[in-house]
Design a protein around this ligand. Structure first.
Ligand SMILES: Nc1nc2c(c(=O)[nH]1)N[C@H]1C(S)=C(S)[C@@H](COP(=O)(O)O)O[C@H]1N2
Ligand SMILES: [Mo]
Length: 313
């Protein structure tokens, strides 16, 4: 009802880009953006070209088992971002109305040093991590995200002993986000993690991908990236983060609690009530692949020792 099964993604050779090729391609893309614009609109100023700026990246880590990185074109044109439309192609066409500067993130709740951070402050000491990313709708991608560990960010605000959860909120502005004028979801989009999940070294905050600033449709200027959970946990365009004592309400759980749980760990053994979670389609590939427990990140299993993951889905 709320989620549609995605249409079969048209297969193109360019959808699968091996790591080594994408690194060169990144430079190629940069050139293409400018050269293309110059050809199409002679005399147009460089500034008019909407080509995401490059980011300075330090450490890089491959955390997708050497699987081919998905093509940038695919990742930036096949999106879920309901504030900008429910079709996979819509956000890429409509999210340009989002203004990502100035942008601040408010951090509050159960912490000794609450405060507001400017996005510009978050663009230093960046690292790149190649993660698998798996939507609950059974498609997946492999993306080189650019950002920093969520734990490093959260520690700055000195969470108290009462901080058992962390709640996240997306911007809510009907002027910039056309679909928030509708009742399609309960706005603003909200997500949450248990504090130990949030502090796990794999939990990441992204400001970019493929060495560049995030395109708006992928959650600019700041989004969560939690590789062992279904995509809907990776909340986009974050403006507020709150440490809480109680488990926070999340958007999808509020909309359809039988279908979307708080934990949302990728788990081939627990089906969505309307479809199986055993297999997935890697965008750009012809054959489905088996979905891996925790999306292939077994190092997070210790977070859930003794929990019945069929009950806490
Ligand atoms: N604010 C907001 N964040 C969101 C969503 C959304 O609709 N609104 N969709 C989620 C879902 S369902 C997925 S699969 C991922 C998709 O991220 P991607 O477009 O970068 O692949 O974003 C998540 N974050
Ligand atoms: Mo998703």
């Amino acid at each position: 009802m709320l989620i549609r099964v995605p249409p079969l993604h048209p297969l193109r050779e360019s959808d699968v880009t091996p790591e080594a090729v994408y690194r060169d391609r990144r430079r190629f893309l940069a050139g293409l953006g400018l050269a293309g614009a110059a050809l199409a609109v002679p005399g147009l100023a460089r500034a008019a070209v909407r080509q995401p700026a490059e980011l300075a990246v330090g450490n890089r880590s491959e955390l997708a088992g050497g699987e081919a990185v998905t093509d940038y074109e695919t990742v930036s044109t096949y999106n879920n971002y309901y504030e900008f439309g429910t079709g996979k192609g819509e956000p890429a066409r409509t999210a340009h109305t989002l203004r990502t500067r100035p942008w601040t993130v408010r951090v509050e709740g159960e912490c000794a040093a609450p405060g507001t951070v400017d996005i510009e402050e978050l663009l230093t000491g960046l690292e790149e991590r190649i993660y698998r990313h798996r939507c609950v709708e059974a498609w997946s991608i492999v993306v080189p995200w650019v950002g920093f560990p969520l734990s490093r960010f959260l520690q700055r605000f000195r969470p108290t002993g009462n901080a058992r959860y962390v709640a996240f909120e997306t911007l809510y502005d009907p002027e910039q986000m056309p679909l928030t004028r509708s009742g399609v979801l309960d706005w603003p989009y909200r997500e949450g993690l248990r504090i130990d999940e949030a502090m796990h070294p794999l939990a990441f905050l992204s400001v970019g991908m493929y060495g560049r600033v995030l395109p708006n449709q992928n959650g600019a200027p700041l989004r969560l990236t939690i590789p062992w959970k279904y995509g809907f946990k990776s909340i986009k365009s974050i403006v507020a983060i709150r440490f809480t004592e109680r488990q926070p309400a999340t958007t999808w759980q509020t909309m359809a609690p039988r279908e979307y749980g708080f934990y949302a760990n990728v788990n081939p053994e627990v089906d969505h009530p309307r479809w199986s979670q055993r297999r997935e389609r890697r965008l750009g590939e012809l054959w489905k692949r088996d979905t891996l427990m925790f999306n292939g990140y077994p190092e997070v299993a210790a977070l859930y020792t003794g929990m019945d993951l069929k009950r806490y889905y």
